[in-house]
Design a protein around this ligand. Sequence first.
Ligand code: ARG
Length: 481
Amino acid sequence: MMTLWAGRFAEEMTAAMAAVNRSLTTDIRLLPHDLQVNRAWTTALQQIGLLTATEVEAIHRALDTIASEAAKPAFAVQVAAFPDEDVHSFVERRVTELAGAAGQKIHTGRSRNDQVATDLRLYLTTTVEQLRAALHHAITALVTQARQHQETVMPGYTHLQQAQPVTLAHYLLSAAWMLRDDTMRLTDLTTRLDACPLGSGALAGSAYPIDRQALATALGFSAPTPNSMAAVSARDDCLEVVAACAILMTHLSRYAEDWILWSTQEFHFITLADSVSTGSSMMPQKKNPDSLELIRGKSARVIGQMQTLFTLLKGLPFTYARDLQEDKPALFDALDQTLASVALFTDVVSSVTFHAETMRAAIDPGVFATELADYLSRKGVPFRTAHAMVAGLMRNAIARKCDLRQCSVAELAALVPEPHRSAAKHFTDDVTHCFDPIMTLARRNLVGGTGPTSVAQQLKAFALWLRHTQDEPTHIGLQDT
Ligand code: ARG
């Protein structure tokens, strides 16, 4: 192996040490960012007279050559055979091969510690942007479906037991709002990604009077990081991004779980598109919801990678220790899996068929019990009495197998047991409205409710938000519509 530090050592590494030590095949992903960092750093060295214009020109030409070499399909295969320890060593070797002696000066005044911290920030900035764009597509797909299902009534669940009727639109928008929050979380953390670690050296700061503000600006950051020890040693940027991914994946996983259930023969609320399903090698009839199962499975993986990063850091003495090299496999995997899952979730959402009739038919009359209690409360019966009265009524209805929706007012009153029987006088003709899901929904038009006006308001808020966030995500709530 070719290293940047061999001079100090009399012995070669053992094969095991070489294998564990080397990170090139993983961190080669940082190459575009490392080239950018090298370009900015050598320009900064020129500004303080440590490199001549001619040297910098040769170095920048070499960096361009490396970029075009890396763009060739064969490069990915060649990397495994390169002799270098990591991506930074690779770039320095190749620049020196291409630009001659000038290449040997590029590492002046810096360390791989500030270099890798800067590469990571650039990588995170780009990837977070991709993730926000992917979320934008996912939210668009949810909102598009919600618009079609403002009148699709379904049972809403708590404890996986039917609770109260809701519209499918309201359910779909619950996912849209949660992904909206995931987007905001990413937007928020970008403010903390926006500081440039380069110039922090190994831990104490560079020995040269580098203009760190100019360097930060050249790399697209607003400012340099304020403390060199924190800059090379913290991985809060990785933690925050992966934690945001873990939260987002938890959201996807829960909706995946619902929809897996909904796609069963027993529920039959949805049919997934063939294009996001798979079959069985043995049972010819099978159509499996593997897209959703994989998303649910990958959520475990992303949460695991978050755990890896926290565990890596929790006992690490300040500042840099080589443990930190293990941040990259966890980070890259978490982001890869999250990006892939959001894209797949978007495909599932845009291609699913909802069976509105099955959903409506699945509504158990019991879901109207709260409505009945509220009906009595509106007529002055204390809620606790109304609750007890309706609970007794439901008990009798279940025992006598009567469907409340088919009962006359007198039959309903007859279901009320003592000691509440007298309160049954409050049942008048309009009581049947309690069993009409449309009327039930219409009563829930307050902000955030499942009523049609509330849902229309949510849709309006999203139309606005999606338009505004095309370029720059901003906080837009219902109050802005
Ligand atoms: N490959 C290393 C990493 O990813 C780069 C930093 C090496 N620094 C060091 N002091 N050995 O962390």
